[in-house]
Every structure is written in C-alpha cells, then in structure tokens.
Write a protein that binds this ligand. Sequence first.
Ligand code: PLP
Length: 386
Amino acid sequence: MQPGSRAVHAGHRKTARAPLSPPIVQTAVYVYDNLEDYDAVARGDVAGHYYSRISNENVAMLAEAVAELEGAEAGVATSSGMAAILVGISALAPRPCPIVAPLDLYGGTWVLFRQELEPAGYTTRIVDFTDLEAVRGALVGAGLVVCETITNPLVRVADLEAICRLAAESGVPVLVDNTFATPILCRPLELGATLSVHSATKYIGGHSDLTAGVTVGPRDAIRAAAARASRLGTTLGPFEAWLAVRGLRTLPLRIARMSANALALAEALQEAPTVSGVHYPTLPGSAQEELARRLLPDGAGGMLAVQLEGGLPTVQRLLDRFRMVSFAASLAGVETTVSHPEVTSHRNLTPEERAALGIHPGTVRISAGIEEASDIIEDFLQALGT
Ligand code: PLP
C-alpha cells in the first residue's frame, strides 16, 4: 500500500464481526482470573494489557499505526510530544553525554535541554546543520544527535541523509522530530535516523483537540522508551489515543491540501505590504528549494513563516484585522492559525538566541489549514493591507 492508503488502515487488525471503528477501551485496569496469566502478560511473554499506565489497546493502536507508517519495528505513544522526545532521548542516551543539535529547534525542546537535561549532566553542542563539516567535528565523543526534519518556526531543512550517515560513521544515534513533515512527507528512519518522534497534538491528531506524542524506531530502543514512559507515568489516555488514530486516517488528505495552501500563501505573501521575508522550504528561488525538494518530494507541509516590518505593532494589527484566521500557540489543525514565536513557542530563549535563529519581533509563524487557498490568501492580504 502507498502511505496514503496505509494511513487509513494502519494499526487496525480487523477480524470477522469486529467493529469497523475501533472501540474506546476506557479502563485503567484489566481483570485476570489467574496469577500465571497475569505474570505471563506482565513479563511480556504473552500479548495483552493489565494496567493502562503500562499499555492499553487504543494507545498501542496509535503507536503501531505510526510505526507502520514510518516503516519502524515498533512505537510507543505518550501523553505529549515533549514526553515522546524525553523518552526517546533517555532510550538512546540514558546517561549524561554531549548532545549535538542545531539552534533551530522547537523552543520546548530547548527548555528540556536547559532545565532538565543540562542540570542532570548532559551538555549541548549547537551546530549549524547546513555545515556538514561542523556536524562531523561536533560528533566526536558525542552521545546523541537531535534535530527536526523541518524546523520550528522557520521551516529550515538540512541534509538529513548526510547527517545520519556522518552520525553512523561516528556510532552516534540520531533522534529526529518529524512533527512538521509527518510520516506522509518524510520517513526519517529510511534516511538513517534511529528514532523518529512526533507531537501527535499537531498533524497526526489534526483537529487541535488532543495532546499526544509518538516515538518510533527499532524494537529494543522502543522497549527502553516504553519502560521509561511507564516509570515516569507519561501515559496517554485511551480517548486521546482513539482521537489521534481517527485523525491519522485523514492525514494524507489534510497534508496534501495544507502543503498546496502553504505554498500558494507563501507565493502570495512575497509581494504583500509590510512583508520583508517569506520562509517556505520549496519556495521557488529560495536557497533551500533544491534540498527541500529532494528531502520532501511529495510536498513541504503546511507550515510557513513571514517576517513583518514594524515588529510587534504590525503583528498586533494583523491579528486585530483577521476575519477568518486565528492566533493560537499551536499548529496543524484544520483551520489556518498564526503564532508569534517570540511571545509563544520561543519565549524561553534569550533575545540573542532568538536573533541568531532569525526570530524577530516581526516573525509570524503560519499553519495553513484546509480552507480554500483563495480565502486564506484574501484574509492575509486584507489584514496586511492599508
Ligand atoms: N516538537 C515540535 C516540532 C513542536 O512544534 C512541539 C509543540 O509545539 C512539540 C514537539 C511538543 O509537542 P507537545 O506540545 O505535544 O508536547
């Protein structure tokens, strides 16, 4: 099956007379009638569930579905994208070590590094991932690479395959946050990554109504990540997992439409009033276009960003004048939204770090929805106009 068909069926083992839509197994615990049975399931010798902090049908279905879509042996679903990143890191690098990462990372991942991992003894080596020689140098003695397929918020791409090759030569595992690209547009494990993680809160769920995460990869690493998740209690609830699987079924349709809308909007905004820069990976003529087309042959996703002249007042004016688009600190729902990285996702970085990243007071991140492209473009142009 093509990924578009696989998303519709992934994780669902249909049997005769079973409901076509998977039931929600809304339970904290399962009953057993003998100790031996329980022991066999708890040891992992027999498939089954006994306590929903450890595993549950709906949560397992989400993990299996994303693993299947990414061509991974196994997956673990968690209570959030941050939990997916945390258990992924602790599976690959359980003891403090240097982590190689680009400055271009979701702000929450930086907070995890700064406020949790660095106090525990990890160090962070920040490198420009478009400079492969610099990456090679930073890998010496490192324990892990962390990066994003398409970065939040300025939608930059790096040569993931080359980075994974360099990391493999140095024996360093690679964790890729694939949230922005989704398993439909990129499958990092096929490019050599060790683990791929998602904030399923975003495109996988797709309707801004749940918080969840998924980490997929080889069976041993996922076993370690799942053990960590159950010890830390970063458990996903059955209903959220059910919603995320429901969202996954339409991911291929949504991501195709959003990719087309994002590209059309990026092109339209290039000449719009107060816009001094537009970021979209495959924007014709942009420096990243060729690399992005190679990495993301089926589309570059629904995220874009613009730089507005005039800083915060211009941004506030835009928000005040929108008729359809909303300001919201998340992304990837069916409706078009904008966010302001300085005030939201990257608020915990220093102004110097934000400036180094290219995040300014006038930077606006846009999540293209599934509305008609003409309506999205019209709303932006009227809101930016004089
Ligand atoms: N990774 C990326 C790229 C994100 O944009 C986010 C959230 O915005 C996360 C991870 C964290 O996900 P969650 O909010 O589900 O914990």
